[in-house]
Design a protein around this ligand. Structure first.
Ligand SMILES: Cc1ncc(C[n+]2csc(CCOP(=O)(O)OP(=O)(O)O)c2C)c(N)n1
Ligand code: SF4
Length: 287
């Protein structure tokens, strides 16, 4: 996408749905929005069919605000809950087969670089813990080893939410979920350590408990992937259905989990750190 593909020929604008007119006139395209601007611009994602109070949906809404250049960004997702919101967002979304996201993103990113040599195009994979750490594991790791320049975001709800509660590699040891009644028999996979071993340039772990940090972390991850190398963001996005968390307690849970075992963590390569400093010195916009 580019800004001009959003525009409608002047004569047709009045026939467009009000929502679309609003998006063109007041969307976040072509400018940098901040969390504190919420309510003053038309968001990329406003409606979705995910469960009431779902932390994953909340995170996705915030993450979309963090994109440094949404009009030049393509999201890649797959089977799993997150795609229900991502596919409703006003931004191109490519649906890879379950396990294929990082292969699809590789081809997209390389193809876009050839087709648009003058314009940076950002590619962001956003998929569940099953999609990233289980069935998509091999493609994720190889994209990192190859140093592909795109961002991978794991929506870590520590379960297969969309298919009714099977354990994933990211479920904690001993946890019982509906379709793992004996409790998980092995540890949560250390994807952050694996990302580090594979040489990922920017790695972050976070929860949605601090919304402005979500926005800034996604922005940094996308900027690093644009210029330096792969980036990986792992976010705790509790599944309130499978973990029986009341919708009004979802953020309390995120705060608690952040305190106990999911504290904010950033691992930044020297080159990525220097680049982010230079962006900040120029005003931090990074467009
Ligand atoms: C190749 C393949 N295997 C299995 C499935 C069935 N499937 C769809 S979603 C899903 C689990 C999703 O779990 P996760 O990736 O953790 O995302 P969540 O729904 O928890 O957000 C599975 C196994 C599929 N669509 N394709
Ligand atoms: S099943 Fe869980 S992760 Fe999926 S939409 Fe519902 S609360 Fe969110």
């Amino acid at each position: 996408m580019a800004l001009r593909t959003l525009q409608v020929a002047p004569g047709f604008m009045r026939f467009m749905p009000k929502e679309y007119q609003d998006l063109v006139e007041n969307g976040p395209f072509g400018r940098q929005v901040k969390l504190s601007d919420v309510g003053t611009f038309k968001e990329i994602l406003e409606e979705h069919p995910m469960c009431e109070g779902c932390a994953m949906a909340f995170f996705i809404r915030l993450a979309l605000m963090g994109l440094p250049n949404p009009e030049h960004t393509i999201m890649v997702g797959t089977a799993g809950c997150g795609r229900m919101a991502l596919s409703q967002a006003a931004i191109p979304f490519v649906y890879g087969n379950y396990c294929d996201t990082n292969g699809v993103a590789t081809g997209l990113k390389r193809g876009l670089a050839i087709r648009f040599p003058e314009q940076d195009k950002d590619v962001v994979v956003m998929a569940g813990d099953g999609g990233i750490a289980d069935i998509g594991f091999s493609q994720v790791m190889h994209s990192w080893f190859r140093k592909e320049k795109f961002t991978t975001v794991m929506l870590d709800n520590e379960v297969y939410g969309n298919t009714g509660g099977q354990e994933s590699g990211m479920t904690c040891r001993g946890t019982m979920v509906k379709m793992a009644p004996r409790g998980k028999q092995f540890d949560k996979i250390d994807m952050l350590g694996l990302a580090r071993t594979a040489g990922v340039a920017y790695i972050a772990r976070l929860t949605p408990a601090n919304p402005s940090r979500v926005v800034s972390t996604i922005r940094k991850a996308v900027l690093v992937a644009r210029k330096i190398g792969p980036s990986y963001v792992q976010v705790y996005t509790s599944c309130n259905i499978e973990y029986s968390i009341p919708a009004d307690k979802v953020l309390d849970d995120a705060r608690q989990v952040e305190k106990e075992r999911y504290g904010y963590l950033e691992i930044v390569s020297e080159e990525a750190g220097a680049y982010l400093e230079s962006v900040a010195a120029e005003g931090g916009e990074g467009r």
